[in-house]
Design a binder for this molecule. Structure first.
Ligand SMILES: *[C@@H]1O[C@H](CO)[C@@H](O)[C@H](O)[C@H]1NC(C)=O
Ligand SMILES: *[C@@H]1O[C@H](CO)[C@@H](O)[C@H](O)[C@H]1NC(C)=O
Ligand SMILES: *[C@@H]1O[C@H](CO)[C@@H](O)[C@H](O)[C@H]1NC(C)=O
Length: 567
């Protein structure tokens, strides 16, 4: 007994000494650990779309409830207040924000036609119906309003069509059989084109590939339906300058279904969309632990990598999008998926998706449920919204200092428009396991941009950079960037430190470099200003913080003028 406890003491002492060896206690009493971030600057590993950032709008009515909570309010495409100034500004700020219109009820939605005699009614709750709602109808007048709104806000829109039209559910209660009846979709698309509405892409179906809830369509049947959609779209848009994208299947990745579908449909679609709900259900009691656990977050990388391989092997020119990702399924969880802590999975998954050549990433939702980027009733941005905006804003500040006096809305719109380096760089962090790192080329300015996420609750990580700038026969040429007295001191590094207000992970208020971000009296989105730092100092990442860094002074071959697209 005595022996065991003194052994335990020794062991504790040993670990304490060991950790002291690697860490230093700062004056404030925080633990500071050092780490090295290795970045391969020789060539990029993936390339994202210019408008990588996307968010969704859904059809769920106010009567959609999960676990006794009805979180959708008036956030449906059928009843959203399109005149709300904050909503308009929040979308405009991205200029353009890609918006995916769709969700479960898209496969129960019909579209009013020009000379319809039938009443065009919204969804009504009915437990006996598929997805627990009756068939709903999109009035053409509402479609007009929505398109006016998208035009006004500069949104780039993809529309999810109803693929259950014409299908019958087999006696197993699950398999959806028969060809897609495209007549109602055709009338909507023809109307849309006749009105000159700009739809970036038409998607077919939502989570019907057998892995989601509800009916399942076989890969072969789905491919036939996609081929039909493409023919239809080509016919309707004949002679137009721009052909919209065809997207499908908008389902959870499945290692058997997806390759089958892609091999058969790949000549008829441009985008393979898949959905991710990797954190857990809205009633899960361990959501926060999972969000802050790197091994949990890493699980998704298997599927992303697998899909990347399937696309490569099939020889298709189709690309991958994350068509819908909300983290927490069944409408999210209040004060989790709409609070500061959500940013840890969300930004991490965006960074991770980019490394596997995902071209666009759609967050469920822009507004609606408990996972909106915007508050459902006030439309004021939740913390994740700013992460989005920042992901877009890296390099722009550098490039457009003269425009900093513009309104915040315009500024962020500008930032977003030029944002996000398309080239993704490979990183490897040597140090604390709960530090996640992602690097891209800056988009419209020189240098690189980093996203660093510290999931540890008490350790600050001080990071030095080591960047490979050339591969020689013997050893890679390294550029030791920090702690380098010869660094180009005159060019400051720009840092954006995001933390939760009062250190409360469930807070819906986010601090940027210690200052609260709030919409002003006019409903305008605030300026996102960096702190400027001497580039020879380490980058210091506080516990439970997310940090974006723009380093103009690091110039690498992967981000040279020739490999990066200027715009
Ligand atoms: C939704 O809008 C209707 C009509 O304007 C209003 O009566 C209702 O209170 C709103 N519901 C919510 C949850 O805001
Ligand atoms: C939206 O904002 C209001 C006012 O700040 C707040 O009371 C409410 O909890 C927020 N709703 C959600 C779902 O976050
Ligand atoms: C960590 O980095 C910060 C910012 O560069 C610096 O002020 C601090 O002294 C560093 N701490 C340690 C222990 O190296």
């Amino acid at each position: 007994m005595q022996m065991a406890s003194s052994f335990k003491c020794l062991l504790v002492l040993y670990f304490l000494l060991l950790s002291l060896y690697f860490t230093q206690i700062s004056r404030a009493g925080d633990i500071v650990e050092e780490g090295i971030l290795y970045i391969d600057g020789v060539s990029s590993i993936a390339k994202i779309d210019k408008d990588f950032i996307c968010a969704t709008l859904d059809w769920w009515p106010p009567t959609k409830c999960d676990y006794g909570t009805c979180s959708w309010g008036n956030a449906s495409l059928l009843n959203l207040d399109l005149s709300n100034k904050v909503l308009v500004n929040a979308i405009r700020a991205f200029s353009p924000l890609t918006i995916r219109l769709g969700g479960t009820l898209q496969d129960k939605l019909i579209y009013q036609t020009m000379h319809d005699k039938q009443p065009c009614l919204p969804f009504f709750h009915d437990d006996t119906e598929l997805f627990k709602f009756t068939q709903g109808c999109l009035p053409l007048s509402r479609w007009d309003e929505l398109n006016e709104f998208f035009k006004k806000t500069g949104a780039k829109v993809t529309f999810g069509l109803n693929t259950l039209n014409g299908k019958k559910i087999a006696s197993d209660g699950r398999t959806a059989l028969g060809d897609w009846d495209s007549s109602n979709a055709e009338s909507l698309i023809r109307y849309t084109v006749s009105r000159g509405y700009n739809i970036h892409g038409w998607e077919l179906g939502n989570e019907l590939n057998g892995n989601g809830i509800g009916p399942a369509i076989s890969a072969d049947q789905y491919a036939c339906d996609i081929i039909a959609l493409q023919k239809l779209v080509q016919d309707i848009y004949k002679g137009k300058d721009v052909m919209p994208l065809i997207l499908a299947p908008g389902g959870i990745f499945d290692a058997i279904w997806f390759p089958k579908f892609i091999n058969k449909a790949s000549n008829s679609l441009q985008v393979v969309t898949h959905h991710i709900y990797s954190v857990g259900g809205g009633d899960d009691t361990n959501l926060v632990q999972k969000i802050l656990e790197p091994s949990h977050l890493d699980e998704e990388s298997k599927y992303l990598q697998n899909l990347q391989g399937v696309l490569r092997n099939s020889g298709t020119s189709a690309v991958a999008w994350v068509g819908e990702s909300g983290g927490v399924y069944n409408s999210g969880r209040n004060l989790v998926s709409n609070s500061f802590v959500s940013g840890f999975w969300y930004l991490d998954q965006m960074g991770m998706s980019a490394t596997f050549d995902t071209k666009t990433y759609c967050r469920q939702t822009l507004v609606g449920g408990n996972y909106g980027l915007l508050n459902t009733t006030t439309f004021h941005p939740n913390p994740d919204y700013y992460g989005y905006a920042l992901e877009a804003s890296f390099s722009m500040l550098f490039f457009s200092k003269t425009r900093l006096t513009a309104s915040s809305t315009e500024l962020i719109a500008l930032l977003w428009h030029r944002l996000m380096g398309r080239n993704v760089l490979s990183t490897q962090f040597q140090g604390m396991k709960k530090l996640r790192s992602y690097a891209h080329c800056s988009k419209s300015s020189e240098g690189i941009a980093l996203m660093l996420i510290n999931m540890h609750s008490s350790i600050t990580v001080n990071i030095s950079l080591s960047v490979t700038v050339a591969n020689t026969n013997e050893s890679p040429m390294l550029l030791q960037v920090t702690n380098d007295q010869n660094a180009r001191h005159e060019i400051e590094r720009e840092e954006y430190h995001l933390t939760a207000k009062d250190g409360d992970l469930h807070s819906q208020t986010v601090l940027l470099n210690g200052n609260e971000l709030n919409v002003d009296h006019f409903g305008r989105i605030p300026l996102l200003e960096p702190v400027r730092v001497n580039p020879s100092h380490p980058i210091s990442i506080a516990p439970l913080s997310i940090v974006f860094v723009h380093i103009p002074s690091i110039q690498v071959p992967a981000c040279s003028m020739y490999t990066r697209e200027y715009m």
